[in-house]
Design a protein around this ligand. Structure first.
Ligand SMILES: O=C(O)CCC(=O)C(=O)O
Ligand SMILES: [Fe+2]
Length: 727
């Protein structure tokens, strides 16, 4: 199998590695610098134990930073510190000497030619015998801080070496006796001050700040450009024999140094990262690709080696957590990238993880070690796949972007979104909150009705807001009324009619949405939405009234959906109202609960309220008559499922004399009757006597039937009076 282009690319970038290093060491004559310390006075060019003693007398124990905290712990850092405000640097030649040193440091570290470094004194440190600073990274205190500069002052000592590590390499810095020794290193490199064995190590520590650090233009690199083009043209290597792979959507080139978001935004690249970034950008431009700077989180799981064998990489996951495309705003994202999209000139394993975890005894899996890293990266993707790449990274924003551009009726964009088959299925899968409006905007602007359907179908009515009205109107114009009708039907079908979401949407949004649609000249769309909901309302009434629906559940449903029904009826025409009235007349069971709720939700003088009040009155009067029970009348209204057994139960229930009956019945029949009685909430005791074959079902009417009906009658009478008072 041939080498994947991304691997050749990593090798190529390594070959191109410029001379820039992660640390450097220079010296100057001690005469170049005069130092005064408050409380001590001028320091001699060469210091001895007595000078160190004086310095310690005005110094405090040094602290170190961890996250946002400042800590003191002599197991981590054991040294004396004099803060910068107590130290004055001077000398006729000092500025010139430092300026020269900083230019050399810039070039040695491989920082862009043309950029300027400035040194900001952080403090003066005194390490006595046994003192040290454990391995650590310096916090980049200012946005522009790229490196740390240490000036070791002439003072005899042994030990106290400064060791700097980066990307698997370490370098040991020992000062040059009787000179000022300048050691500079990138602030993200781990470094330590080894224990001082004798004498005193005395240093000045500076933060190095960079300005004018824009990445320079690189001469186009033909090899790089053709490798990038190959990467996007070559399907990923299959991970198992039959795997169907596609060509990668992006290339993620991992950088070697660590950066803050701010540093990346400002293009403050360190060492050979700077060259790499500019070379990649130049090559990307030549291959019609776009680029972004990004931050990644990498999680590696290693199987532990045994018997001296190295472990192997069991699993790795890389997530882009933040990015900033060129000339655009930055954005927090969360996108998993495939291994086949990653180019790592420096392997992640040779860097320092920010967290690690060892898991022993994993049964079959052996022991594993897990590591987490943060790495900066440059992301490259073909202009032609811009939409798909952005859609995956941030679907909502990508759509908004397209929607914006479509607004200008940009024909090119229109065709692009229409043909971009890679992206649309993604929205359908994600249907993220917030994507609805941009999807609707796009759908209202493309001629491809099929694409419009695919974009909008996955959503529910709950996503449709009043502000979407103009776009819905436009989409209706473009794709036709039967298209809107289908789309609206599918949005509405996502929730059942009396569900909370449905109710909330109808009550909060429907009236204003219909108003807006009418104002936009799309009354037909408003009517369509209202008609669809009206049809759902009628179906709900029919469904609710079925005999199998327990009365208490039916009443609850009616009580809940009455305000929604009122809103729907208010949007409908006379014909629709007439239909509703006849549906109510045909399905009278408990429907007064619905009607009373609707009346309560409407103003008294509303024509709908007036019409429905009439129906309510008729139904309540009829109900009061039904509930008026003669003394010792034991009849109970019941209609069963229509089967013979239910017929027999109905005769028993409706009989005004019969109060108890015993039916020897097989188990299935008994079960059916138990269920029917419970469902209808009949005031009838139903127990089984478990003797003989078959067992006997005993039905006994409960006295509660009299109190129950009396209470219902009182309530109906009250309701009737309430309706009358409103008229
Ligand atoms: O003392 C030094 O040389 C450097 C100390 C250091 O690493 C720091 O202040 O962060
Ligand atoms: Fe440090």
């Amino acid at each position: 199998m041939s080498t994947p282009p991304r691997i050749s690319l990593a090798r190529h970038l390594n070959d191109q590695r410029p001379e820039g290093s992660f640390s450097t060491q220079l010296t100057a004559s001690p005469d170049a610098l005069d130092i005064r310390v408050e409380g001590v006075g001028a320091l001699p060019a060469r210091m001895y134990a007595a000078d160190a003693k004086k310095l310690k007398a005005v110094a405090g124990p040094a602290h170190f930073g961890r996250g946002t905290e400042t800590l003191h712990d002599t197991d981590v850092r054991d040294t004396w510190e004099i803060t910068a405000d107590k130290v004055t640097l001077g000398g006729v030649e000092w500025d010139a000497t430092l300026g020269q040193i900083l230019t050399e440091v810039r070039d040695d570290l491989g920082l862009p030619y043309g950029s300027t470094l400035t040194a900001e004194l952080h403090g003066l440190l005194v390490y006595g015998t046994g003192q040290f600073f454990a391995p650590h990274q310096d916090t980049e205190k200012a946005d522009a801080m790229v490196a740390t500069l240490v000036v070791v002052l002439p003072s005899a000592h042994s030990g106290g070496e400064l060791v700097v590590a980066h990307a698997g390499q370490t370098r040991l810095h020992r000062p040059v006796d009787s000179r000022l020794t300048f050691i500079a290193f990138y602030a993200d490199c781990r470094h330590e001050i080894r224990r001082v064995r004798s004498g005193h190590r005395i240093t000045l520590v500076f933060n190095l700040l960079i300005s004018d650090a824009q990445v320079g233009e690189s001469a186009p690199d033909d090899v790089l450009a053709s490798l990038i083009a190959d990467h996007f043209a070559t399907p990923a290597q299959p991970r198992w024999p039959q795997e169907q792979t596609t060509t990668p959507s992006r290339l993620v080139v991992l950088l070697d140094h660590e950066y803050s978001k701010h540093g990346l935004s400002r293009g403050q690249f360190k060492g050979h990262d700077a060259e790499r970034v500019s070379a990649i950008r130049a090559a990307a431009e030549r291959t019609d690709c776009r680029t972004a700077v990004a931050l990644t989180k990498i999680h590696e799981t290693w199987n532990e080696g045994y018997d001296g064998y190295a472990g192997d990489l069991a699993d790795t996951e890389t997530v882009l957590s933040w990015w900033q495309p060129v000339d655009e705003d930055c954005e927090e994202i969360a996108l998993r990238v495939a291994e086949s999209e990653i180019c790592a000139p420096t392997p992640t394993v040779s860097l320092n993880p920010y967290e690690s975890e060892y898991t022993g005894n994993m049964g079959n899996y052996g022991n594993t070690e897990e590591y987490w890293y943060r790495r900066a990266a440059v992301v490259v993707w073909p202009q032609a796949r811009d939409f798909a790449v952005r859609a995956e990274t941030d679907p909502v924003r990508a759509l908004e972007d397209i929607a914006e551009r479509l607004h200008d009726a940009d024909l090119a964009m229109r065709t692009q979104s229409a043909i971009d088959a890679r992206a649309v299925p993604l929205f359908v899968r994600l249907a993220p909150a917030g994507a609805f409006s941009p999807c609707l905007k796009v759908a209202s602007s493309v001629d491809d009705t099929d694409l419009a359907t695919r974009l909008l179908e996955p959503f529910s009515i709950a996503s449709l807001r009043t502000d979407d009205a103009p776009h819905l109107a436009r989409a209706a114009q473009r794709h036709g009324m039967s298209w809107v009708s289908e789309i609206v039907a599918s949005w509405l079908s996502r929730h059942s009619f009396a569900s909370e979401l449905h109710d909330d949407w109808t009550q909060a949004t429907l009236p204003a949405l219909c108003d807006r649609l009418r104002a936009e000249g799309a009354a037909d769309v408003a009517d369509l939405v209202a008609t669809r909901l009206h049809a759902m309302l009628l179906a709900f009434v029919r469904r609710s009234s079925s005999a199998g629906n327990p009365p208490s559940r039916r009443q609850d449903g009616y009580r809940h959906s009455a305000p929604t029904a009122a809103v729907i009826l208010a949007e409908c025409d006379d014909e629709a109202l007439a239909e509703f009235r006849s549906a109510v007349a045909e399905n009278p069971r408990d429907v007064t609960t619905l009607l009373l709720g609707i009346l309560a939700a409407l103003p008294q003088d509303d024509p709908i309220a007036i019409a429905l009040a009439e129906d309510t009155t008729v139904l309540l009067e009829r109900r009061i008559t039904e509930l008026t029970r003669r003394h010792a009348d034991w009849s109970i209204a019941f209609d069963g499922c229509g089967c013979d057994l239910c017929g027999r139960l109905e005769r028993f229930a409706r009989s005004s004399e019969s109060t108890r009956t015993e039916w020897p019945l097989k188990k299935d029949f008994r079960l059916h009757l138990h269920r029917e009685i419970d469902n209808a909430e009949l005031p009838v005791d139903h127990t089984t006597i478990r003797t003989g074959r078959p067992f006997t079902l005993v039905l006994t009417k409960k006295k509660a039937l009299f109190t129950r009906d009396a209470a219902a009658r009182r309530q109906a009478t009250k309701d009737l009076a309430w309706v009358a008072a409103r008229r």
